[in-house]
Design a protein around this ligand. Sequence first.
Ligand code: ADP
Ligand code: ZN
Ligand code: ZN
Length: 740
Amino acid sequence: MRYADIIVDITLEKLDRTFQYAIPEELTGEVRPGVQVTIPFGAGGRTLSGFVLTISEQPKIAPEKIKPIICVNHERYAVQGQLVSLAAWMAEHFGSTMNQALKTVLPAGKKGNIKKRKIVSLSIPVEEAEEKLRELSTKKRHSVAKERLLEALVDESEIPWEVITGKLNINSSIIRGLEKDAIAEVREERTFRNPLGDLSAPGKVIELNESQKSCVDRVLSDMAKGENNTYLLYGVTGSGKTEVYMELIRETLSAGKEAIVLIPEIALTYQTVMRFYRHFGDQVSILNSRMSEGERTDQIDRARKGDCKIMIGPRSALFTPFQNLGLIIIDEEHENSYKSEQAPKYHARDVAIERARLAECPVILGSATPSVESYRRAERGEYVMLRMPNRVADRSLPECEIVDLRSELKSGNRSILSMRLQELMEDRLAKQEQTMLFLNRRGMMGSVSCRACGKSLKCPHCDVSLSLHRDGKLHCHYCGHVERKPDTCPHCGSEYIGGFKVGTEMVEDMVKARFPEARVLRMDADTTKGKEGHKDILEAFANKEADILVGTQMIVKGHDFPNVTLVGALAADLSLNASDYRGPERTFQLLTQAAGRAGRGEKAGSVVIQTYQPEHYSILAARDQDYSEFYEEEILYRQMMHYPPEGHMLQVLLTSPSLKHLTEKADEVAGFIRAQDLHLRILGPEDDRIAKLQDVYRKTVYLKDSDYDRLVDAKNRIGDYIRATSGFNDVYVWFDFDPQ
Ligand code: ADP
Ligand code: ZN
Ligand code: ZN
């Protein structure tokens, strides 16, 4: 006999509360996770409907006391069923409780919390309002605020309430005053008719070129055959991937279905969204992390009701409850923001593929620099590869050159700007063209490298950079190797070793000092804190209000500035020194993307890559803008070291405010899993990369194996062990598969 764990009310607080029912013989084929069923509940012959979460062979109570499922409910709640089933898959595949997974997948939907938006508009014709304005200003005791508001309404015709009381600094009594005089009216809107601002003229449909057409045709003809594949759309920057997405979306909508488009949060700019909006108007909706809960609920409700057909957003948009999902697109699929940092620590790519399987639709993964994982899968034939090797209209890729920072140091140039870069910047200033300078600091916290020879200090066992901990020693957070920090470089003997301390603010100062006449803008986490922070800076730069934009990697993501003809990567190898195995991949991706920013308009572009490691394959491949050159080397490294995708890793992170309990329990978990004799490689426990965070200590055990499912099995055993053992009250355990 088989049994199903069933959840009766998925809106309940206690999502983990399931009830076990027997699966009658005749229903065995139909009862699967996510299916909705009718069950007898309590005494008195009452029936309820519930969702199947899991299926097992083990009765939890005496088998004769377990009641059977009455029937499977077809059709109803199709989407909810899919989402519950998706949650079950995520909990299993990425290691979380069902509760955590359901909370991730099911939209919050706090009904009481829906924010109404008040809009103020003129209730008289504009000419009349102008007349009133003149009248007002001639009055003896005139109200300046009232005039300002009326003036603003003449210009804008309608303005959100909070803009008036906020940005315009006008008291609400003034608004009510105009309302009383029947000059203005206030209305409340539940849903935003259009969260994107005013609609501009519809965009003209671009005629696709041959390589775009052949990509679209391949997907459509597969769909016509009933094949729903995952496609890797590998197209260089500017090859026209977005137009391919649009065409496929258009086809999806005309088949009466809906589409989800994932875009990394950072690239979710006004510019990008407007492109979709111009084509599809009100059918487009967006989600982003800056929205309030109420705003998100609005958008999700619109989707559920079919009021919008295209949802654009970061990874959480995957859970949009479309009834008839027909297409999922993940743009910039290599971005690591697609991996969730909270349990379940899922990767949007894998979840998209699972959701598409449930919804029976294709997935398009687009990138100019595919993740090594996806490229490998495409190579193996798990994904269908679609290539677009050329830029639209045969615009050339920019000229790239490498500058060796070691020789700059030798020749006495201690500036962060090499002589070559300064020369090109001067040239661009003279020509009134724009320059972007970026400093790629991501993930290099604590790494130590030599400024004379460029080498970083690496773990002898894992070939990743060691990181400097507070104890003054160098640690490998994969295997626990510890060594003393040397005083001189072990490779060349130089004394110039240490962390790299330059920040974007310093770069800005240096640039201003060197080019006093230039107008410089800076974009980093500090300057983009406000709600519109990104947009303001990018818009100013796009409007040529600055000559030079200095920033972190956020400036190279997906923005299109036709007047930028020079891009400088100031310290290209910083991300190489990250203390994890993805350093070379990230470096290649960032540099290629950065290069893709140069010369997007009519004028050709140049790129200067400054580095201490000019011979590193990811730097050389980025200069050549040659993905396969990079990939061929990288996959060898992954194979040799058994890193993903050529092997898998499960990080078991234990956290506790008590170091004593943590140490005990981490040893216990590692001991337990070793004793299971699963033939996995087990490393640790070791202090996590971040050994202590907000007074909570963190230790890590790594499990490695070539087979993902064996790691899932190990995860389940650890989960069972924790549930069955006492002492885990103040020790939390988190799982992370193939950590980023
Ligand atoms: P990607 O997403 O691959 O970087 P985009 O889709 O942004 O490329 O296209 C780059 C530029 O080329 C855009 O300005 C786009 O409008 C234009 N473009 C794309 N396809 C075509 C085409 N078939 N004909 C003319 N222009 C195109
Ligand atoms: Zn050295
Ligand atoms: Zn190591």
